[in-house]
Write a protein that binds this ligand. Structure first.
Ligand code: NI
Length: 181
């Protein structure tokens, strides 16, 4: 496994619509998935999309949000050619950051619950539902596959802040109605 360089805001690969992966058992894809997981862990991220490591392919990895009931750390979720749809259309505001936009945080409105589907590393169909943080992470990562970065989703750029001012952002969200709409 190798740590990959993370593309930063302004690089055109982040604004590109990514292509379907094709056969995920190809050696270069197997290597890419392993590298993405290692790079995500190393950078302290909770999700990563292939375009962020300069590979414009429809592939995302995300950390499992809930610990395994057995106490073991569950493997990261790997979704090839992911697709999302809202479960009930309910939305909520939450704070996001992005490894491609270091140092900043912003408040983004996302669906609260999503259904996701795609393929696993062997190419078989997978799917499920997600809420809370995982739902947010999946929406953020799948946006990367369409060249969308979280500031482009923000309804109020006044809710963009430096990492060090995160507490102020959270206080403003609370004062503006619990972050749920
Ligand atoms: Ni991101």
């Amino acid at each position: 496994m190798t740590l990959r360089k993370i593309a930063r805001l302004g690089h055109p690969v982040l604004r590109t619509r990514a292509a379907p992966v094709g056969d995920p058992t190809r050696s270069e894809i197997v290597r890419l998935v392993a590298d993405m997981i290692e790079t995500m862990h190393d950078a302290g991220g909770v999700g990563l999309a292939a375009p962020q490591v300069y590979e414009p392919l429809r592939l995302v990895v995300a950390l499992p949000v809930r610990p395994d009931p057995g106490g073991e750390v569950a493997a990261p979720l790997v979704i090839v050619d992911p697709e999302l749809s809202p479960l009930d259309g309910e939305e909520e505001d939450g704070v996001e950051g992005c490894l491609s936009i270091p140092g900043l945080r912003g408040v983004v409105r996302r669906w609260r619950r999503v259904a996701w589907r795609g393929r696993d590393r062997d190419g078989g169909p997978i799917g499920g539902t997600a809420d809370g943080l995982l739902a947010r992470v999946l929406q953020h990562e799948v946006d990367h596959l369409d060249g969308i970065l979280y500031p482009m989703r923000m309804h109020d750029l006044g809710l963009l802040a430096m990492d060090s001012e995160l507490a102020h952002l959270q206080a403003r969200m609370l004062s503006e109605g619990n972050g749920t709409r």
